[in-house]
Design a protein around this ligand. Structure first.
Ligand SMILES: Nc1ncnc2c1ncn2[C@@H]1O[C@H](COP(=O)(O)OP(=O)(O)OP(=O)(O)O)[C@@H](O)[C@H]1O
Length: 598
């Protein structure tokens, strides 16, 4: 096999052809081979220390060998970046093609051809034990001849992972609009079927030019996906599509992952009778397209214009949502802490939830959805009283996938720094106030947005980062990761902080009393002759006070130990749940090799 050089000097970088949250992609020349390649430069500083994710992506890409999957030729470090050398896909991504020439989506034969190729990639990946976890138009790449390849393994996972990597399958990654309900729920982990859901959403994306719910902020997408009927090809404008296409989408978007077909089975679906060879793609959608670099430049210019117009209108909040406007593929909704908290609450909650009582779900799936959604919201309520997220639910319980332009402008992405403070009380109250503010702004924005299609979401989560409603000027701006972990630990921290403050106050009062007593004693001693008995009493009193202070500090230490033990218990509980999931997957493997089902 051809060995590509691993020295940056052997490559000449040309124009930029794409970018994501963690990477910029360039067209480049591999000088010794005189061959055009694509180089994905992963900025290690922008990767939020997700070195494991990068390692996984590079490792997965280098091991993969399938005509429908983008593989990496080699990778190496170049300055503060990691360069991944890949085949150059001159057509770019389906998302970019739609954005520049097909805003309302592709025709059915094109969709069938694209989806068939993607499905072959998925069948291969699944057979190798990989879950892609980020299937979407933005990750479907075309070369100049119409060959289709699935790319971006930034969040892929291996079914046979153990330890930390197994854990990654129990976390909340992907992109909200494309994310399967079971990935959001995090009740029993998930498997290959999560990709089938995303595949169904991608089918809708290719048919309409944007994914269902794409105008909504991630938090709302999450609630709508759990609560509403699955989206489908049910609108008037969908009449142009065949029944087999509608059936395919409906099968992929079944909420119960067990009922969804495998990728192997889907390959035999009657819809793929409409699929053609790659020539169709070359002759239709790629035919009149300008070179990728030019297209990318135009897209960027359009994006800049939109931002400038918004700035002129004084809508500063929309300014830095560049990723959303240009259709960056991944805005991974990283709320695993919150989800975990919701799941724990559910475990320990034997009574019916608000949502359960109100909605009286008819079947088991709906019940689980409602319960999880309700516990999710209740956990927020428990942590931060006053947050009123039910609005999100109630507003949309009867909505199905409403189609809204994926390029609708959204809020600004703020610089979100973690808050640090020396004074724990001030820190806790500031965090609390900040959380209230964030949640309030989320709810307010949501209500506001209901009345206007052009309004922007209040939350924006992208890439391996989660970003909350922006406030670039605020020093106290808080990342959603911080928010999530603060929410889960706020009650414990508040209680501990309160106790510590009480002990501190108590000991200050005691010192003050002792000081006053000493003062009174001195005054009395000046007036009276020395009294041995009184002196002895004073000595005893001082000793008792010292012993009391000693005991107080022991109580404080014990309190801290209890806090640590509670934390450890929660960690162990989580580990236990993961081991159970792992064992059940191992068991399924033994009884059904090649297919994993929890
Ligand atoms: N081999 C390639 N040839 C041509 N264009 C590419 C290639 N790889 C990526 N691109 C373009 O660059 C964009 C960003 O790439 P990629 O999705 O891998 O980066 P990322 O940082 O992982 O982004 P995100 O996670 O936001 O999707 C793609 O959407 C695509 O348009």
């Amino acid at each position: 096999m051809k060995k590509y050089p691993v020295n940056p000097r052997d490559y000449k970088l040309y124009e930029e052809i794409g970018d994501g949250v963690s990477a910029t992609v360039y067209r480049a020349l591999c000088i010794p081979f005189n061959e055009i390649v694509a180089i994905k430069a992963l900025d290690l500083e922008r990767c939020n220390n997700d070195l494991d994710g990068i390692r996984r992506e590079v490792q997965t890409m280098s091991l993969i060998d399938h005509p429908n999957v983008v593989r990496s030729y080699c990778s190496f470090s170049a300055g503060s970046s990691l360069w991944v050398v890949m085949p150059y896909m001159a057509g770019g991504s389906c998302l970019h093609i739609m954005k520049s020439s097909y805003p309302d989506g592709f025709e059915q034969p094109v969709i069938a051809t694209l989806l068939y190729e993607v499905l072959k990639a998925l069948a291969y990946l699944h057979s190798q034990g990989h879950i892609h976890r980020d299937v979407k138009a933005g990750n479907i790449l075309l070369d100049s001849k119409g060959a289709v390849k699935l790319g971006d393994f930034g969040v892929s996972a291996c079914m046979f992972d153990s330890g930390d990597r197994q854990q990654s399958r129990n976390t909340f990654v992907g992109t909200p609009c494309w994310m399967a309900p079971e990935v959001m729920q995090q009740l029993h982990g998930y498997d290959f079927k999560a990709d089938i859901w995303s595949f169904g959403i991608t089918a809708l994306e290719l048919a309409h030019g944007h994914a269902p719910f794409s105008k909504y902020p991630p938090m709302k997408v999450l609630l709508m996906t759990l609560q509403n009927a699955p989206p489908g090809l049910d609108y008037d404008r969908d009449k142009r599509f065949s029944k087999s296409f509608k059936d395919l989408v409906a099968e992929c978007l079944l909420k119960d992952p067990k009922k969804r077909p495998t990728s192997e089975k889907l390959l035999k679906h009657s819809f793929f009778k409409h699929a053609h060879s790659k020539d169709l793609l070359a002759q239709t959608i790629l035919n009149s397209l300008p070179p990728l670099g030019d297209r990318y430049k135009t897209l960027k210019e359009n994006e800049a214009n939109i931002l400038r117009n918004q700035a002129a209108l004084g809508n500063s909040e929309e300014l830095s949502q560049r990723e959303y406007i240009r259709g960056i593929s991944a805005w991974n909704f990283n709320i695993e802490d919150l989800r975990r908290e919701a799941a724990l609450i559910e475990e320990s909650d034997s009574g019916l939830s608000k949502c359960d009582r109100a909605n009286a779900p008819i079947d088991e799936d709906d019940k689980i959805d409602s319960l999880v959604t309700a516990t999710f919201i209740e956990s927020l309520h428990d942590s931060v009283s006053g947050a009123c997220l039910e609005d999100c639910l109630e507003d949309h319980t009867n909505e199905t996938a409403e189609d809204l332009p994926s390029n609708s402008p959204v809020n600004e992405v703020g610089g979100c720094s973690n808050v640090r403070a020396d004074d724990s009380d001030a820190y806790v109250s500031r965090q609390k106030a900040s959380i209230f503010e964030k949640l309030d702004s989320f709810v307010t924005d949501d209500e506001h947005r209901e009345n206007s299609e052009d309004e922007e979401p209040g939350f924006q989560c992208k890439g391996r980062f989660t970003v909350i409603r922006p406030d670039p000027c605020s020093k106290d701006s808080l990342s959603a990761n911080t928010l999530n972990s603060e929410l889960s630990s706020l009650n414990g921290r508040l209680a501990s902080s309160l106790l510590q403050r009480l002990i501190k106050q108590n000991s200050m009062l005691r010192d003050e009393i002792l000081r006053l007593m000493r003062y009174v004693d001195q005054k009395t001693a000046n007036m009276e002759p020395a009294d041995t008995t009184a002196n002895n009493e004073r000595l005893e009193f001082s000793l008792a006070a010292a012993r009391e202070r000693d005991l107080q500090s022991q109580v404080m230490n014990m309190q801290q130990s209890v806090n640590k033990l509670v934390e450890e218990l929660q960690r162990q509980k989580l580990k236990n749940a993961q081991v159970t999931v792992y064992l059940s997957s191992a068991y399924s493997l033994i009884i059904k090799p090649g297919f994993i089902n929890y």
